[in-house]
Every structure is written in structure tokens, then in C-alpha cells.
Design a protein around this ligand. Structure first.
Ligand SMILES: CC(=O)N[C@H]1[C@@H](OP(=O)(O)OP(=O)(O)OC[C@H]2O[C@@H](n3ccc(=O)[nH]c3=O)[C@H](O)[C@@H]2O)O[C@H](CO)[C@@H](O)[C@@H]1O
Ligand SMILES: C=C(OP(=O)(O)O)C(=O)O
Length: 429
């Protein structure tokens, strides 16, 4: 298996172009199943998760054409055209769904367009059990009949979906996206209450509106959708990845460097920028993105609690914890979204971090002298938190199981090395 080797202790300086967001691109791709016409997505990141969803869409009968690759400015110029003039299969099989939870996002579009869908239950994963009950309850409110059989969700709406009020008992990004997509082709009006407000929801609503959907309120906790009879093709550029931007902001801070994050947006990172400010990290908005460096040379231990947007994202919790291991003073990091998202703690400890976990909170006693060591991680953000710690650590860090990184970070080593990191990927024989 491939490895990444990092020799830490070098401040990162320079520009990093932020790629299109994985978590926006995946639902945008699924939305292409709602129309027989072509959907053209630009600024698509080059990631394993994107290829996996592309495989699933192909299996369902879509034709995909990928054009372009990295442009001269280091920006991804990838454009994906997806055309599904007809749906060849309404079954999303276990072998494709289990590798990537976002595959469940084909359920809403298939159900809305074909009146029937079978999608394997994705199962648990390293960060938690991650049920899909909120998605299913939402479809039921729109009139779908749902059965669980042989590990599959079997959903049908032979007479079509009918608009309704859907009140989510808990905020869910995926359930909001799935039900919003389905409601676009339902008869009549739908209102989603307690909807997720993440920038990726707004991005999906923008594409759907360019396809002819009638949606108001995306980005607020109430989304109103007036169903239409059909949707058309459209073109859309994937929104920049706020989690990638937040990760590199922390890379600048942990290495005492100075990075300009091209394309990063202040409005996507409200709680993150507030927390970084308290921790002693200066973030300046420029006409090209965000410039990040320490405000006065040192970092201060700062508490954080993960929350749905606009709160501090769970997808940046591991990276912030890595940052706090090198700060002055203690930081309490509380995870409220996923029940098992501290797998990076024992690995950060192998690098010398002082962290104690009590239930959903981790107490980080900062100012640890991090020393390189072999480490590995079991999920995407945990893996990148070890890269950050490795960049700050003295000596060599060897990161194993790096396939997680390829799910969510486009050209990670290349982007970091261009800013002065000593980082290499070693291909397995
Ligand atoms: C592809 C994608 O966009 N992934 C993101 C998405 O995941 P995802 O959409 O899976 O996350 P959700 O927002 O749905 O999950 C939030 C919480 O709700 C729970 N829940 C969710 C659905 C459901 O039917 N029942 C239920 O109980 C989950 O277990 C979790 O505790 O949002 C998460 C929270 O910001 C991010 O960490 C993921 O990176
Ligand atoms: C948890 C994540 O992704 P997914 O929902 O695709 O597992 C993530 O992006 O950190």
C-alpha cells in the first residue's frame, strides 16, 4: 500500500488553489439523474469518491464524459458531463454503495424520476453508525412506500411523489439533499423544516434551479420547493471546498507559515475563522481568497464544539485538534455530530500529543513537542490531521493507509510541496 513520508518543521509559504468541494460535487452528480438532458459540472475535483459515484451512475445507465485536467495555474479544470436519457437500472448495489455513503443520494432522484429505487443500506463506518432513517422518513412524507429487504431499501411511489411538509427531527445534510432533490419532481409544494444550511445545500439548490426546479430558502432552515413536471439540462461550477480551505488554513498555522488560499470564501467558514482568531491565527480576506498566518507568532489553546453549519464543522475537528497539540494552554474539543470521531487521538499521541478523551470531549494539553513516527488512520479527516501534525513534528512521519486522503484531497502532496513541505508519496511495489 502507498505511504506518505513527511519531514516536518518547515513553515509553509505560498499559494494553494482550493479545489471544488467533494461534498458538493457528489450530490450535484446525483442530481443529474433527475433529467434526461445533459448536466455539465465544472471545477470538479479529481478524487476517488467522485470516480466511485461516477461508476454507480454508469451502472444506473448514465453516460459520463470527463474533459480537461489540472490547468496551468494548478486549478483543476475538470468538467464532467452526465447524461441519463433513460435509466437502465434502479438498483444501487452493495458493492458500490458500501464504499461511499454518499451513494445513497441516488435514492431521491431515482424515486422521483422512475417511481421506484432499490439502494443498499450503506452500513456503519469508522466515524459512526450513520443511519439513513431521516432520508427514509422524508420520502415517506412525500408518499413513498419504503421496505427494508435483504440489506436493501426498496422504495416505490407508483403514482408519483406528492409534496408535503417534512420536519426533520435532527439536522442532516444528506437527508436535506436527498429529499430536496426528490421534491423537485413531486406533485405540489414541499416544505423542509429544520433543513441543513451548509454551503453545499445552497450549491445543490443552485444547480436544481438552473435545471428548472422551483426552490426558495436554501441556506435557511426552511426550504420551499414547488414541484415541476420535468427538469432540463444545465451547467454549474462546483463551489470551492471549505473543508480543504480550513485544512490548509490550519497547515499554515501549525507550521508558522503564510499561505494564500485561492478561491477560499469567508462566508463558508464563519465559526472556523472565529475560532482561529481566538487561537491566534490571522485570516485576511483578499481579492483572490484568504491569507492565513499566525497573528503574533504563537498559538493559544481554544475550545471548540462541532455543530451543523454555521457552527464549527465536524469535518475540521481532527485538523483543529492537531493544531491545538502545539498551542499554549489547554483546549477542549467536543464532537457532537458523530459518536466515534476521535480515532486520530491515539495516532496523534504516537507523535507526542497529550490528549485525554472523556466521552464526546477531548482535552488537549498543548505545547507538546511533536516527534515524527509511523502512523495510520481510519478515515479521511483523521488522516489529514496526521499530515498536519507530521508537518509540524521534528523528524520523519510515515503515514499509512493513505487511500483515505485520496477520497477527499486533490493532489495533497503536490499542493503542500509547492509551498515548501518535505512530503513524498511512496508507491507500493
Ligand atoms: C458527502 C457529504 O456531504 N458528507 C458530509 C455529510 O454527511 P451526511 O450527510 O452523511 O451527514 P448528516 O448531516 O446526515 O449527519 C449528521 C448526523 O445525523 C445523523 N443522521 C443522519 C441521517 C439520518 O438519516 N439519520 C441520522 O441519525 C448522523 O448519524 C449524524 O450524527 O455531512 C456531515 C456532517 O456535516 C459531514 O461530516 C460529511 O462530510
Ligand atoms: C465524512 C466525510 O465524508 P463522507 O460523508 O463521504 O463519509 C468527510 O468528508 O469528512
Amino acid at each position: 500500500m502507498d505511504k506518505i513520508r513527511i519531514r516536518g518543521g518547515r513553515p509553509l509559504k505560498g499559494d494553494i488553489a482550493i479545489s471544488g468541494a467533494k461534498n458538493a460535487a457528489l450530490p450535484l452528480m446525483a442530481a443529474a439523474l433527475l433529467t434526461p438532458e445533459t448536466v455539465r459540472l465544472s471545477n470538479l475535483p479529481h478524487l476517488v469518491d467522485i470516480s466511485m459515484l461516477a461508476n454507480l451512475l454508469t451502472r444506473l445507465g448514465a453516460e459520463l464524459h470527463l474533459n480537461g485536467d489540472c490547468g496551468p495555474d494548478g486549478h483543476s479544470g475538470r468538467v464532467l458531463e452526465i447524461a441519463a436519457p433513460r435509466i437502465a437500472s434502479t438498483v444501487a448495489p452493495y458493492d458500490l454503495v458500501r464504499k461511499m455513503r454518499a451513494s445513497v443520494l441516488v435514492l431521491g432522484p431515482l424515486l422521483a424520476r422512475e417511481g421506484v429505487a432499490e439502494v443498499s443500506l450503506p452500513g456503519g463506518c469508522a466515524i459512526g453508525t450513520r443511519p439513513i432513517d431521516l432520508h427514509l422518513e422524508g420520502f415517506k412524507r412525500l408518499g413513498a412506500e419504503i421496505a427494508l429487504d435483504g440489506g436493501y431499501v426498496k422504495a416505490k411511489a407508483p403514482k408519483g411523489l406528492v409534496g408535503a411538509e417534512v420536519v426533520f427531527p435532527k439536522v442532516s445534510v444528506g437527508a436535506t439533499e436527498n429529499v430536496m432533490m426528490a421534491a423537485c419532481l413531486a406533485k405540489g409544494d414541499t416544505e423542509l423544516v429544520n433543513a441543513a444550511r451548509e454551503p453545499e445545500i445552497i450549491d445543490l439548490a443552485k444547480l436544481l434551479v438552473s435545471m428548472g426546479a422551483k426552490i426558495e430558502g436554501a441556506g435557511t432552515e426552511r426550504i420551499r420547493i414547488a414541484g415541476v413536471a420535468g427538469l432540463t439540462g444545465a451547467e454549474h461550477a462546483v463551489v470551492p471546498d471549505r473543508i480543504e480551505a480550513g485544512t490548509y488554513a490550519m497547515a499554515a498555522a501549525i507550521t508558522d507559515g503564510d499561505l494564500h488560499l485561492l478561491g477560499a470564501k469567508v462566508e463558508h467558514l464563519p465559526a472556523v475563522l472565529e475560532t482561529l482568531d481566538k487561537a491566534g491565527v490571522a485570516v485576511e480576506e483578499t481579492n483572490r481568497g484568504l491569507r492565513v498566518r499566525r497573528a503574533n507568532g504563537r498559538l493559544t489553546g481554544t475550545d471548540v464544539m462541532t455543530e451543523a453549519f454555521p457552527g464549527f464543522p465536524t469535518d475540521l475537528q481532527a485538523q483543529f485538534m492537531a493544531l491545538m497539540t502545539t498551542a499554549e494552554g489547554a483546549a477542549m474539543v467536543t464532537e457532537t455530530i458523530f459518536e466515534n470521531r476521535f480515532m486520530h487521538v491515539p495516532e496523534l499521541s504516537r507523535l507526542g500529543a497529550d490528549i485525554v478523551v472523556h466521552g464526546a470531549s477531548a482535552l488537549v494539553r498543548g505545547r507538546s513537542e511533536l516527534l515524527g513516527a509511523p502512523v495510520m488512520a481510519t478515515d479521511l479527516r483523521a488522516s489529514v490531521s496526521l499530515v498536519l501534525a507530521g508537518l509540524a513534528a521534528q523528524g520523519e512521519t510515515e503515514l499509512n493507509r493513505i487511500y483515505h486522503l485520496d477520497r477527499g484531497y486533490e493532489r495533497l502532496e503536490e499542493k503542500l510541496a509547492a509551498c515548501g513541505a518535505d512530503i513524498q508519496r511512496e508507491q507500493a511495489d
